[in-house]
Design a protein around this ligand. Structure first.
Ligand code: PMV
Length: 370
């Protein structure tokens, strides 16, 4: 598919107003996306587990209006929020070619997260995917109302197209958001080992996942709840001219190809090696860019060392991964839930800010709400 496939021919809509509501989860990458070209095209492929408890719930109410400017209000957790407006304005500008109804309506965007805003957990993946899905539901209504069900355009508006375009639109809001539409594993970025992979949208990983990796658990240890020191937009840009960039992009293709095998053959040892090495490589890229920066905190390293000791002494299959921040995602198989949570409570909570952590698990993707 190309960008043109997501440009609707026309809808001379008769819909005056309506509302749509979606919940969409966050995701955690196993092979990391770091570095992008124009229009949010990734420099390397990535794969992530879709989460289930960390999510954004967004309702968009739309009303037909006069004039050609974008018009919208953002209400975050019950209160009007002007701080989000510039980001959404930029997003609307980027996607209007694909959603030409955006200038015809006033939108009230009411949104909230199930996780605390100041937790250091990025809400851009869940937030942008929830908004993209709401906009897609509006487009679906406009398409249904105008185009007879026999027409080619409406026939093409099936759930596969819906998910692909929602992911495409979400990507233009925030790259990793395109991996939050479906579950349980999603690949984004064209790569030889995944036949239908694309730079434009995320695709569901359709191989048979070995039972060892089903219902995987993710305990998110909140080490530092502060605002990110470096935004991911700035971080991605630092991969331009980075001394290790081309080797790193190549490595992501190799790791993804091997992880595909591992996820189907159940090799936990290689899973752990690939996932932890990817997390440390992401941070190594940040530490070796110009300007360089360190997002891990002393407690991030304490937790990593404790996890390694625990794995060594108990034979557990626990491992860690990191986002572009200090928090630690502790990943482990479902059947180790009891012993790992005991370990977290007795050994790791001390390194979390105010003892806070979030228990999550792999999920199936976004849901439309009534
Ligand atoms: O989606 P962005 O632009 O916020 O980038 C996120 C990048 C990482 O979270 C660090 C890695 C990833 O693949 O999710």
């Amino acid at each position: 598919m190309t960008e043109q496939d997501f440009t609707p021919k026309s809808y001379t809509s008769k819909v005056e107003s309506g509302s749509v509501k979606w919940e969409s989860p966050s995701n955690i990458a196993l092979v990391k996306y770091w570095g992008k070209r124009e229009s949010q095209i990734p420099e390397n492929p990535s794969i992530s587990f879709t989460l289930s408890n960390c999510k954004t719930i967004t309702e968009v109410t739309y009303t037909k209006k006069e004039g050609t400017d974008f018009s919208f209000d953002v209400i975050f957790e019950g209160e009007k929020n002007a701080a989000f407006k510039p980001k959404i304005q930029t997003f609307f500008e980027r996607v209007e070619g694909y959603l030409p109804f955006l200038r015809d309506y006033h939108f009230k965007i009411e949104t909230s997260n199930t996780f605390p805003h100041s937790s250091g957990i990025a809400s851009s993946a869940s937030g942008m995917s929830a908004l993209a899905l709401c906009l897609m539901s509006i487009e679906e209504q406009l398409t249904k109302n105008v185009i007879q069900s026999e027409s080619e355009e409406f026939q093409n508006f099936n759930s596969d197209f819906f998910n692909k375009k929602a992911s495409f639109i979400a990507r233009l809001g925030s790259g990793s958001a395109c991996r939050s539409i479906e579950g349980e594993l999603v690949v984004w970025g064209e790569t030889k080992s995944i036949s239908d992979s694309s730079d434009l949208f995320g695709v569901k990983f359709t191989e048979n996942v070995h039972p060892n990796f089903q219902n995987y658990q993710d305990a998110i240890l909140l080490v530092d709840k502060g605002e990110k020191q470096v935004s991911s937009t700035v971080g991605h840009k630092l991969m331009y001219g980075h001394s290790f960039a081309s080797k790193r992009f190549e490595q992501a293709h190799e790791n993804l190809a091997e992880l595909k095998e591992v996820l189907t053959n159940g090799n936990q040892k290689r899973f752990i090696e690939i996932v932890e090495s990817e997390a440390l490589t992401l941070h190594a890229m940040m530490m070796t860019s110009i300007p360089y920066f360190i997002l891990m905190k002393p407690n991030t390293l304490q937790i990593i060392n404790k996890i390694w000791e625990f794995r060594q002494s108990t034979g557990s299959n626990i491992c860690f991964t990191l986002d572009a921040g200090a928090n630690v995602h502790v990943l482990f198989p479902e059947d180790e839930q009891k012993k790992v949570y005991e370990f977290i409570k007795s050994e790791l909570v001390a390194y979390c800010q105010n003892g806070h952590y979030i228990c999550d698990t792999v999920g199936k993707g976004a849901k439309k709400l009534a």
